[in-house]
Design a protein. Structure first.
Length: 155
């Protein structure tokens, strides 16, 4: 496979580059095609022209990329540019820092509760008993209260 790669890589990038009008994107597409070839090597080497297979895959990758860009442009036209997101306030940053200190399971429970889910709904979402959710929320509160007081006192 190394010999095949060495013999055909530059030629394939050249062909795809002409089609794509972008050598960098062509290089990426041909590399991706060779990655896909690794799993198909024994089947593709039986073809009369394995290089044609790699070229077809690379061109398909380029086509998919163009299609995705086109859908993105259409969505932008349809929905307009994204809304400006204001800089986070100091309180939000303090809260995020405090939440980051919680174990993941406790942080999940707190965030889901903040989204308005009941203990039962959180339990179902996380696939744990309701008592476990209550325990996680209780432990999270015990951890968060002093952290948020500490952050507030530094402000």
């Amino acid at each position: 496979m190394q010999d095949f790669y060495a013999q055909s890589y530059a030629r394939l990038v050249g062909v795809v580059g002409v089609v794509a009008q972008d050598r960098g994107k062509a290089d990426d597409a041909v590399q991706d095609a060779f990655v896909r070839l690794v799993g198909q090597w024994t089947r593709v080497t039986a073809y009369d022209n394995p290089e044609a297979w790699v070229l077809k895959v690379a061109l398909g990758i380029m086509s998919n990329h163009r299609r995705k860009l086109g859908r993105g442009v259409k969505a932008l036209r349809r929905h307009g540019p994204p809304a400006d997101v204001p800089e986070p306030s100091g309180d939000r940053i303090d809260l995020q820092r405090a939440l980051d200190r919680l174990p993941r399971a406790q942080r999940e429970a707190v965030v889901l509760q903040n989204l308005g889910l009941t203990v039962e709904a959180i339990a179902k979402q996380l696939a744990v008993p309701a008592g476990t959710v209550k325990s996680r929320l209780s432990r999270a509160r015990k951890t968060l209260v002093p952290l948020l007081r500490e952050e507030a006192s530094h402000a």
